[in-house]
Design a protein around this ligand. Structure first.
Ligand code: ATP
Length: 262
């Protein structure tokens, strides 16, 4: 279980002000859970993800993974960013295997594991290609394969599909659901998109603008239904989906208005 307990972050801004980025955020990610943080720009979503990844310390509160405090980056957490950070001079397979080199695996084991992961993300034929030969969606597939290489307990995804066209984005969401169903990974996922949050989350945390706090949470099972029958259209066109979308839209709108009036 990943447990985030009253997590707050204050930054010292360049002009001496204190920026209160995150305010007492608490949630758990149980086995097979996908928690989605949804909110407008600047509400502290990336700050939260970076704290879970161990890239920045909390000012207050705690984060534990299976009872152990998170105090820095570790191979138990795999991170996927919106902008892929593939090394352009290395092949796709070598990019996927990058973390395994640090984990001390031999060359042939690394290659074998990379090929297995490329199969999982549907890129077997591109193992020897270089990143510039790939489309944006394919590059994000490589990013996901790389994040999975060390077999982490949890995938941390910071708007991974935010820069993709809508069709590719839908395909990537479906791919992620199939990977989740096959690997049983826990996922923490950040997005601006209400539809994406509803589609993917077992729990959606709706966040307010700065200081980022959780203003509503929803437990959902659309993703379980998608994993079971794969019929995305019957879900996105359902009345239940539309009503939740409107409810969350209103919450986000109110949270933004409260902030602008403050
Ligand atoms: N290192 C830093 N120093 C000062 N302020 C920061 C720092 N990092 C983030 N902030 C501020 O904290 C707030 C939250 O930023 P964060 O990047 O977490 O938001 P976000 O919800 O991920 O935004 P977006 O969706 O645009 O990526 C913002 O107001 C940002 O300007």
């Amino acid at each position: 279980m990943l447990q985030v307990d009253h997590a707050s972050v204050f930054f010292a801004a360049w002009d001496g002000r204190t920026v209160h980025a995150l305010d007492r955020v608490s949630f758990n990610i149980p086995e097979r859970g996908i928690v989605v943080a949804l909110g407008s720009s600047g509400c502290g979503k990336s700050t939260l993800l970076n704290a879970i990844a161990g890239f920045l310390p909390l000012s207050e509160g705690s984060i534990t993974l299976d009872g152990r405090p998170v105090s820095g980056p570790g191979s138990d957490r795999g991170v996927v960013f919106q902008k892929d950070s593939l090394l352009p001079w290395k092949s796709v397979a070598d990019n996927v295997a990058l973390g395994l080199q640090f984990a001390g695996l031999g060359r042939s084991e690394r290659r074998e594991r990379a090929l297995e992961l490329l199969r999982l993300v549907g890129l077997t034929d591109f193992a020897n290609a270089t990143p510039y030969e790939l489309s944006g969606g394919m590059r994000q597939r490589v990013g996901i394969a790389r994040a999975l290489a060390t077999d982490p307990d949890i995938l941390l995804m910071d708007e991974p599909f935010g820069a993709l066209d809508s069709l590719t984005r839908e395909q990537m969401q479906e791919l992620l659901i199939s990977i989740w169903a096959r690997t049983n990974k826990r996922i923490f996922f950040i997005t601006h998109s209400i539809e994406e949050a509803l589609f993917l989350g077992t729990e959606v945390l709706v966040m307010s603008p700065r200081p980022g706090r959780v203003v509503a949470r929803f437990n959902l099972d659309f993703v379980h239904r998608l994993a079971a029958n794969g019929d995305a259209r019957s879900i996105t066109t359902s009345r239940e989906f539309a009503e939740l979308r409107e409810e969350i839209r209103a919450i986000l709108h109110n949270a933004d208005n409260i902030r602008s009036a403050a």
